[in-house]
Design a protein around this ligand. Sequence first.
Ligand code: EPU
Length: 425
Amino acid sequence: MEVYKIKGGKRLQGTVKVSGAKNSAVALIPASILANTPVTIEGLPEISDVLTLQSLLEDVGGIVTFENGEMTIDPSNIVSMPMPNGNVKKLRASYYLMGAMLGRFKNAVIGLPGGCHLGPRPIDQHIKGFEALGAKVTNEHGAIYLRAKELRGAKIYLDFASVGATINIMLAAVLAKGTTTIENAAKEPEIIDVATLLSNMGANIKGAGTNIIRIEGVEELHGTRHTIIPDRIEAGTFMIMAAAVGDGVTIDNVIPFHVETLTAKLREMGVEVIEEDERVIIPKAEALHSVDVKTLVYPGFPTDLQQPFSVLLTQATGTSVITDTIYSARFKQIDEIGRMNATARVEGQTGIITGPSELQAASVRATDLRAGAALVLAGLLADGETEIREIQHIERGYSSLIKKLRGIGADIRKEIITEEATVRE
Ligand code: EPU
């Protein structure tokens, strides 16, 4: 079993470069299915979610090459084959195969998606959208069957501004007949990125990045070349780490506007943040004051940064209250940092953290992707050597994390440990 081992107490210094956005990547790759000639995507992060999607596309006839972050997908021989289980279960974003396969073939069979356990994560809004476009959707033995004679544009109001539903409906609607309107659409930068790719493939999409998106269906889509946006959550993770244990960290390849709410919260805590065109600099970790945070849909404070941010709050003087309004059970990191001497508890969808605490190294478990990032930060802060297990969750979403952190001075390494050592009291 592979684990991360981190010797805490080292100050981070230097420049770290952010990779392409995971949550764009996992939608851009399925979107390529809709083209009739090859699509090239530049700057993809080298993470296991991307590799899983590559093999899913290959399973159905896609010809895919992936080298140095550049993936070329020739979708011309893709066929509509059932994708029931196996790889589909490894990631949440496999639901984008529903919209893309339905859009291209008017039928698809996709296993229910996997991903991090953060409380219930229904896909009812995706299904409502597919049905509005004319698909019959059934759940048979753990797989979603989507069948349509034809797809026709429709007006779809989302009960919640869901990122996944917004993108999935765009994927299904770009080749539908007529106009589709998505109301109360999500506004995340990843949605604009996917709409940009689809537009460059020949789609007619207006309003991506606002809460009303209009899609005029077209007859066909062609290949193109696209550069992915930087990962704002990875950037935010490094900003939080720099605020906790930095001695001058430059985070490169960031769109500062995408991390503005984090920047505002860090400044409120007493951290100096310098924004340049495509980089953010945190000159040094300062004495921190407690703050209250509530996660919201974009442009609010991102739920994906709530977990690493909660570890930063252990270093702030006073009591901080952090509420996650997006997920009901995204606080598993709190139990783990409790083992490391943090004064933190969960009440419903709220974490209550009192600091400053001197964290102590322990053996902890990355229960999900961002909990894993939170624990890496806890390890960087703690006295002694922290061991993080179940790192496969971290590697689903952070590209070359060990290399990047070592590059700015962290003492972190990956090790294989024996089964015996895996029994935890
Ligand atoms: N929801 C529904 N019904 C739906 C869809 C969503 O009730 O049909 C609820 C969810 O249960 C959740 C909330 O709406 O409570 C947010 O869901 P959303 O659909 O916006 O999230 P998602 O598309 O499943 C993406 C990211 C997540 C990120 C959220 C919110 C991807 C692959 N995942 O998930 O990223 O937390 O948006 O910003 O894009 C991560 O990167 O660690 C991660 C979990």
